[in-house]
Design a protein around this ligand. Structure first.
Ligand SMILES: Cc1cc2nc3c(=O)[nH]c(=O)nc-3n(C[C@H](O)[C@H](O)[C@H](O)COP(=O)(O)OP(=O)(O)OC[C@H]3O[C@@H](n4cnc5c(N)ncnc54)[C@H](O)[C@@H]3O)c2cc1C
Length: 531
């Protein structure tokens, strides 16, 4: 069963190894575990429902509580401390497009706000209940989770937009196909949510980001159906899919999504490399990305992240052996950078790509460690977020920030983000443990992904104040460094204030006109993306 106040399945617990606990104590001080509020006590906070009865809408308190939030840090604080204040008035579970249309008619007539709900995994406040004094309906897409068509010749498949990553691959892989979209939230996040947030999977360098995979489909808006045909390519004016991608529920609800598939590859391996310094690692991954070598993922951790990963790895004997080996090969412990590179395709493609990459890596003084650690990473890649539950129970909060910048700004922006977040809790005399990696590497630049860990405080308001200070420091530094406010998590409420700098006032004005046209009463997920 899904955990109601944290990440993932309730039965899965990931332990914090003693080495990792020691690192956090050294860096942040003893954790401050808090007493969690119970599910039952939160139910008492839920006010009476303001939506008139409708046969498709459930109004019981547990269902409303479960659909009141995503996975952002403020969402976590609200759930754990019991300070959550806003809840949807009801939740609908439509099973087809006609039911969605019927619900929209009802909501327009009754002035009810609609928030499309996919997997509920947003980390930037996409699902926050607006402050407006109108009733709110959460429209769960969970029951629209079937494959509707598969065309093996065209390599296209159409799904109900509520299908989760796990269900989608579970349907495609036995038929010899894969979408290849593996965000770390893959177990729960949905196809419609991926499109609505412009999500990016871990192996997007081979399979493509969601905007490459999204071929078309259907969006039901308050004023009608928008059907997006799937052409292999088209020059027929602006591509309307680009308006739907990243629309964050503002234009309506995606009901059907057609995606471009790949055959399951013959080989899908992840290799591990170490570099003596950050500069040598950057030089190697940039060269590989520019040389046209085929890789599915390339993830270069900075020295702080490399040390943190090794201390969280758990297997002390093996980690000690690895550190001795790295020392013997002349890699200084404090500067070494771990790098994972995935190669996907036919045996021949993988062999060629690996050989070409290896030559670049050797020229940059990197050393190859083979497939063992990569296998381990693949096995655990969806388990890492479970550590967030464990750390919270030990008295530490975790959040992540991400952006993408061109190569000439990569190192400077990453250093500036770590410095800014590192200093952001000085007023509280608290430290922030920050570490980063390049998560998606492109010929012209890279995404940067920073994880922060900080201590909890006794009051929910104080935890939130600390988080706001860290978040503001990260976002200000990202925009000052010329980075996008999001490479993969989207805008939601948390990044909304930074969007105009990126799009310009004319750009924001254009988006406002589109949303006003398609949603004249302003009922679709208000307060997200733009004011
Ligand atoms: C542990 C963890 C790891 C993550 N890793 C990644 C990652 O690797 N890459 C990445 O890109 N993101 C990642 N995320 C962020 C998140 O999973 C993505 O933003 C994801 O795309 C959200 O999908 P969802 O179905 O959960 O959408 P939700 O959270 O339910 O909704 C997000 C937004 O999309 C809208 N929406 C949802 N479904 C529809 C629909 N059918 N029609 C219209 N609008 C809709 C909602 O209204 C809302 O505005 C991670 C999150 C967590 C918690």
């Amino acid at each position: 069963m899904r955990r109601w106040n944290g990440w993932g399945d309730e039965s899965i617990h990931v332990a914090l190894p003693e080495e990792g606990a020691r690192l956090l104590r050294r860096s942040l001080g003893e954790g401050r575990p808090q007493t969690d509020c119970t599910f039952e006590s939160l139910l008492h906070r839920i006010p009476a429902c303001r939506i008139p009865p409708h046969p498709c809408i459930q109004t019981d308190a547990p269902t409303r509580l479960i659909h009141s939030h995503g996975q952002s840090l403020p969402d976590w604080v609200g759930l754990r401390a019991g300070s959550l204040e806003r809840f949807p008035d009801g939740v609908a579970f439509p099973e087809n497009s006609e039911q969605v249309e019927d619900l929209f008619q009802f909501c327009r007539a009754q002035h009810v706000i609609v928030i499309p709900h996919g997997g509920g995994t947003s980390v930037v406040g996409h699902l926050q209940i607006p402050a407006k004094d109108l009733p709110v309906l959460s429209l769960s897409m969970k029951r629209m989770n079937q494959m509707m068509a598969l065309n093996a010749t065209d390599q296209l498949a159409t799904f109900g937009a509520g299908i989760s990553g796990l269900q989608l691959e579970g349907t495609l892989q036995p038929k010899g196909f894969t979408l290849g979209h593996f965000p770390q939230s893959f177990e729960y996040s949905s196809l419609g949510g991926w499109v609505a947030t412009r999500s990016c999977g871990q192996q997007s360098s081979y399979y493509g980001r969601i905007e490459d995979l999204y071929a078309g489909g259907e969006l039901i808006s308050p004023i009608g159906r928008l059907v997006l045909p799937n052409f292999p390519a088209s020059a027929a004016g602006p591509d309307l899919r680009q308006l739907v991608l990243g629309s964050e529920g503002r234009m309506g609800v995606l009901t059907r999504v057609t995606v471009r598939l790949s055959r399951i590859p013959e080989k899908d391996d992840v290799y591990t490399f170490f570099f003596p310094t950050w500069q040598s690692g950057i030089s190697a991954v940039r060269t590989i990305a520019r040389a046209g070598i085929s890789f599915s993922m390339m993830r270069l951790s900075n020295p702080a992240e490399t040390r943190t990963l090794l201390s969280l790895a758990g297997n002390k004997g093996k980690v000690d052996w690895l550190e001795r080996y790295l020392r013997w090969r002349g890699l200084p412990r404090d500067h070494a950078c771990i790098c994972l590179i995935g190669f996907t395709g036919t045996r021949r493609q993988v062999r060629t790509a690996r050989c070409e990459s290896l030559a670049v890596i050797r020229r940059n003084n990197g050393i190859a460690l083979g497939k063992l650690l990569g296998k381990q990473w693949k096995k655990n890649r969806f388990r890492t977020p479970y550590l967030r539950n464990t750390l919270w129970n030990c008295g530490y909060a975790v959040d992540t920030f991400e952006t993408a910048v061109n190569w000439d700004g990569v190192t400077a922006t990453l250093t500036a983000i770590e410095t800014a977040v590192g200093d952001s809790l000085a007023a509280w005399k608290e430290n922030v443990h920050a570490f980063s990696h390049l998560s998606h590497v492109y010929p012209t630049g890279s995404s940067l992904y920073t994880t922060v860990v900080f201590r909890l405080a006794d009051a929910a308001e104080e935890i939130l104040a600390r988080w706001r200070a860290i978040k503001a420091a990260a976002c200000r530094t990202i925009t000052a460094g010329g980075g996008t406010i999001s490479h993969q998590h989207g805008v939601g409420t948390d990044h909304r204030g930074y969007l105009e700098k990126e799009k310009g006032s004319l750009g924001i004005g254009l988006l406002k006109q589109v949303y006003r046209h398609i949603d004249p009463e302003g009922l679709m997920n208000p307060e997200k993306l733009i004011e």
